[in-house]
Design a protein around this ligand. Structure first.
Ligand code: FAD
Length: 413
């Protein structure tokens, strides 16, 4: 029956987890997982890490082998691009012309690469790193490349740079802002990571804006900066963030604002349609004033999915999960718990020089988030502390003899 059908659009982290959680929680209706990529659902984080490096193959990327979907009666619609939603008829039209009816529709369409409007952007050798096809292309090109320019010093650009340097390539990173990971990490963390990359030979150009990709015979040969400088390159990686895939929702007249707008249970304005993962903008318990937030992380995608699965099987609850993130760049592992947006005070625990430390970020006197560099135990306690809403004063945070584990476990008073 169509009314029993949960149709999920997008077979990435969020879509996969929703299908799996629905079955795990005893949903016995039809579960259809439609994705426009021609492969089984796979994990994205290794794309810019071990998979790009050639240390793991496709088998280790896959969320589950094909038999899992068969055994759990999850109908996988591979290579199926949804083109339009008819909310009145409760149907979705795919690019193939096929129409599928739903009882509940979940948008899990993720995000796509942001493409700067630069002359020369179409040249051969200009690459992106978002999906498997792009990574396979990049992996192949990396072998032959000699001079690489990365535009954007965010997680993905830096992870890519670490691997490219490991393969002996010349790497220059061009960043508009004045430090690496400026939008997601505190200044001490940025400094340590930039220094570590520099030590391996990566060059940075901060406060710089690319104005053109230069080329010859259809191939990229470098980039031109606004200040007149030219950086030669035979491979240019564009990693300046993503744009949420909201067009389907907008065309179906669902409210959209930097993501498909959802409420605290992740439902859109239409109760028969939910949105999860990178494409959803939701009121976040951990943001200042529960601000609408659109987060890009595996944790967010998977926890959103679990929350919607609970609602579909009749156990609705507001979404409250603590956001957390990670990045691996060479020997450095950054783990962030909480949302540090707008923090006004930061203190450090551990020794920054040794490359093992945590930064406790406070907003209005309250602990907002903790960034840990090669201190996984701090991160584990940070998640417990923040989930429980417990406070650690800046003085306690900086005092290495203060027991974080106990603070995370024992109720004060
Ligand atoms: P996605 O995983 O992007 O899946 C969305 C899917 O929907 C895609 O397959 C897309 O093609 C498909 N789709 C879009 N439109 C349609 C349509 N109309 N019809 C059908 N299908 C459609 N996060 C971390 O927490 N830690 C990390 O270390 C980390 N590393 C990352 C490294 C890379 C290279 C990338 C790209 C991301 C990384 N992330 C990391 C972020 C994380 O992978 C994303 O936040 C997560 O994948 C979001 O899941 P999602 O299901 O919302 O979107």
């Amino acid at each position: 029956m169509a009314s029993d059908t949960v149709l999920i659009l997008g077979a990435g982290h969020a879509g996969f987890q929703l299908a799996a959680s629905l079955r795990q929680h005893g949903c016995d209706g039809r579960v259809m997982l439609a994705g426009d990529e021609p492969v089984l659902p796979y994990q994205r984080p290794p794309l810019s890490k071990d998979y790009l490096d050639g240390k793991t193959g496709l088998d280790l990327l896959l969320m589950r082998p094909e038999a899992f979907y068969r055994d759990h009666k999850i109908e996988l619609l591979h290579g199926m691009r949804a083109e339009a939603i008819d909310r009145a008829a409760k149907t979705v039209r795919f690019a193939s012309g096929e129409r599928v009816e739903y009882g509940h529709l979940v948008l899990a369409t993720g995000a796509r690469n942001r493409q700067p409007p630069l002359p020369g952007i179409e040249l051969d050798g200009v690459c992106y790193l978002r999906n498997l096809a792009e990574t396979d292309d990049l992996r192949a090109r990396l072998t032959a490349a000699e001079h690489i320019v990365v535009i954007g010093a965010g997680f993905i650009g830096l992870e890519f740079a670490a691997i490219a340097r490991g393969k002996g390539k010349e790497v220059t990173i061009v960043e508009m802002l004045d430090r690496v990971m400026a939008r997601v990490a505190s200044a001490p963390v940025s400094q340590v990571f930039a220094e570590a990359h520099r030590k391996t030979g990566v060059e940075f150009v901060f406060g710089a804006q690319a104005v053109q990709i230069a080329g010859a015979h259809g191939r990229a040969t470098g980039i031109d900066l606004a200040d007149g400088r030219h950086l030669p390159a035979d491979l240019v990686l564009i990693s300046i963030g993503v744009v949420p895939n909201t067009e389907l929702a907008a065309a179906a007249e669902l409210p959209v604002a930097n993501g498909v707008l959802v409420d605290e249970v992740l439902a859109t304005a239409d109760p028969a349609v939910s949105a999860i993962g990178d494409c959803a903008s939701f009121p976040c318990r951990h943001a200042p004033d529960n601000a609408l937030s659109r987060l890009e992380s595996v944790q967010n995608a998977a926890d959103h999915a679990r929350c919607v699965a609970d609602r579909i099987v009749g156990k609705p609850h507001p979404y409250t999960a603590l956001p957390w993130f990670w990045s691996e760049q060479g020997p450095l592992r950054l783990q962030i718990a909480g949302l540090t947006t707008g923090f006004d005070r930061a203190v450090t625990r551990g020794d920054v020089e040794s490359g093992q430390f945590s930064v406790f970020c406070y907003r209005g006197g309250e602990l907002a988030g903790i960034e840990s560099v090669n201190r996984p135990a701090d991160h584990a306690q940070a998640r417990r502390l923040l989930t429980a809403g417990r406070q650690v004063t800046p003085e306690q945070a900086t005092d290495e003899s203060f027991d974080l584990r106990a603070a995370a476990t024992v109720r004060p008073g």
